[in-house]
Structures are given as structure tokens and as C-alpha cells.
Write a protein of this length. Structure first.
Length: 304
């Protein structure tokens, strides 16, 4: 049930079939629903309702991507044990628990069923819980019943795991503890580059990004709401310094699509730059907000 790799390193892989199946189904369902909405929108006349269809499709694409990540993370879930510590691998996150900080190991059936905040469906439980017997607990588990859970209790935090053979897992941890550590470890989560980006904790950067997204969506709304009532040929002068000319109203659709392209490039650049220079990221995102405002203003002028 566990694999002994090089030296005294053991790897435990929990039972994940149920969690992967349900997550894969949720991701596929959301993706298919988004695809159907996009196909419907592409065959409908340009209107405000079309914008709402695109927005709903974008939301479901986001849900599909998130469910796909959670499913992939479930597939990668494993516990690695050596003389120094226990490592929990889940997606882009790696929790490191020094064995000399482990005070005790408790079987799940002796503790009441916890309420978990996070990813929580049958066969897949990743999140936080406050449990009276062991305190604040991080779950990285695929348990289907309480007997599947092992609580790894440390002075600061408890970790809930679900090795395929809980009793054997406990015996192996205790055996490694008796051998003693060879390298001191710190009890901290270690993340991969994307998950560890400071953007996720920066409310100002997130606020600027959201403002840019809202302005871009408003540009789509203005154009699509008025498109049906516009003449087939009309005077167009955008950018503002461009000489006014007569063109097909179809050219108006380039306003929101160009705004969207600039938005996507700007968000990716702002996300990346935030990792090494906060002020530069703020300036870029603020400029992105201003550019989206110009596009919104241009859309309003064009349809008036």
C-alpha cells in the first residue's frame, strides 16, 4: 500500500478514484455548458443578451478550469515520509511537517465528524476545520469514512491525511521518529511559482484588475446594446484623433474585442510584474484601467 523509494523514503498514495471522477465530471459539465452558451451566442444577433451569454459562459469556463485544477490536484495528492519529516503534496502546494514537531497521531474514528471549509465532496476533502480535540486542522484527505483519517498533531497545527492503510502509516511515522532526524526542517507550506505569487494577497492589485475587467465588460455592453438599432453605414472616428470616416457598423465590434485583447495581455503582465516590483505592477494595472476607460468612452461616443 506504500512504496519505499530510495533509502528510507516512503510514499503513500490515498485512494482517489471517487474524488477524481466527481471532479472530472463537474469540470466537463461546466466546460460543455460554457461551450453551448458560446455556440448559441455566436449564432445570435448582436445584442445585450448576447453579452450576458458571453459573461455567463466566461463564468462557467472559470468554474471548469477551477474544477479541473482541483481534480488534477487530487490526482497528485500523496504523502512522502522520511526520517526528517512528512511532506504532503497537493497540486502546487507542498506542506512540510518536521517529524520532531509531531506530538501524536490520532485515528479518525475517535474524533467527531468535522465540518470542512474548502474543497469538500465525497472522496475529496481539502480545506480547514476547527476540531475540539485537536484544534485547527488542515485537511488533505480523500476519506469516505472516519476510519480512513489520520490526524498528525503538532503544537501549532494539525494535518488530516488519509493513507491507504492508516495503522501501517502510523507505525511507519513512529518508526521514522525513533530513528531521529538528519536535517532540520521548517514547518511551512511550500508552493510552486504560480501559487506563490504575491498578487493573490495584494488587494490593491486585485482591485485594479477587477476595475479593468468591469470597464471592458461595460464596453461590450454599450456596443452590443445599441448595435441592432444602428444604421448599416455610419460615421466612425476612433481613436479620437482619427479623421471621421464612413464605415460599416460592423467595425464597431473591433472596439470591445480590441479592449478585451489589451485587457488579457495587461492582466498577465501585471500578474507577472507584481512578483518583483509592486509599484510597477500598480502603474501598469492603473494604466490598463485608464485604457479600458478610453475604450468605454469611445464606445459611448460611437453609438450616440
Amino acid at each position: 500500500m506504500h512504496a519505499c523509494v530510495a533509502g528510507d523514503v516512503m510514499q503513500f498514495r490515498p485512494l482517489r478514484a471517487t474524488g477524481i471522477a466527481l471532479g472530472g465530471f463537474a469540470s466537463a459539465w461546466a466546460f460543455v455548458f460554457a461551450a453551448l452558451l458560446l455556440l448559441r451566442s455566436a449564432t445570435q444577433p448582436v445584442s445585450l443578451s448576447t453579452v450576458f451569454c458571453y459573461l455567463i459562459a466566461a463564468v462557467f469556463l472559470g468554474i471548469a478550469a477551477l474544477a479541473a485544477y482541483w481534480t488534477w490536484a487530487c490526482a497528485t495528492l500523496r504523502y512522502t515520509l522520511d526520517r526528517n519529516g512528512l511532506s504532503i503534496h497537493w497540486g502546487f502546494v507542498r506542506q512540510v511537517i518536521p517529524l520532531d514537531s509531531v506530538k501524536r497521531l490520532a485515528r479518525g474514528e475517535v474524533i467527531a465528524l468535522p465540518r470542512i471549509s474548502g474543497v469538500n465532496w465525497p472522496g475529496y476533502h481539502v480545506g480547514r476545520s476547527e476540531i475540539r480535540e485537536v484544534g485547527e486542522t488542515l485537511f488533505y484527505s480523500t476519506h469516505r469514512r472516519l476510519a480512513d483519517i489520520v490526524y498528525v498533531v503538532t503544537p501549532s497545527l494539525t494535518y488530516a491525511v488519509s493513507p491507504p492503510d492508516p495503522q501501517q502509516f502510523i507505525s511507519d511515522v513512529e518508526s521514522m521518529q525513533k530513528q531521529g532526524a538528519t536535517v532540520p526542517l521548517k514547518q511551512v507550506p511550500r508552493r510552486q511559482p504560480i501559487a506563490d505569487q504575491p498578487f493573490w494577497l495584494d488587494r490593491w492589485a486585485q482591485g485594479l484588475a477587477v476595475a479593468a475587467v468591469v470597464l471592458c465588460a461595460a464596453t461590450f455592453g454599450v456596443i452590443f446594446r445599441n448595435y441592432g438599432g444602428l444604421p448599416d453605414s455610419m460615421a466612425i472616428s476612433f481613436p479620437p484623433l482619427e479623421v471621421e470616416r464612413i464605415a460599416s457598423k460592423h467595425e464597431l465590434l473591433s472596439l470591445p474585442t480590441t479592449a478585451l485583447a489589451i485587457l488579457l495581455v495587461g492582466l498577465v503582465a501585471g500578474f507577472a510584474i507584481r512578483a518583483w516590483e509592486r509599484l510597477a505592477s500598480y502603474m501598469l494595472l492603473a494604466s490598463l484601467v485608464a485604457v479600458q476607460g478610453v475604450f468605454l468612452w469611445g464606445a459611448g461616443v460611437a453609438v450616440s
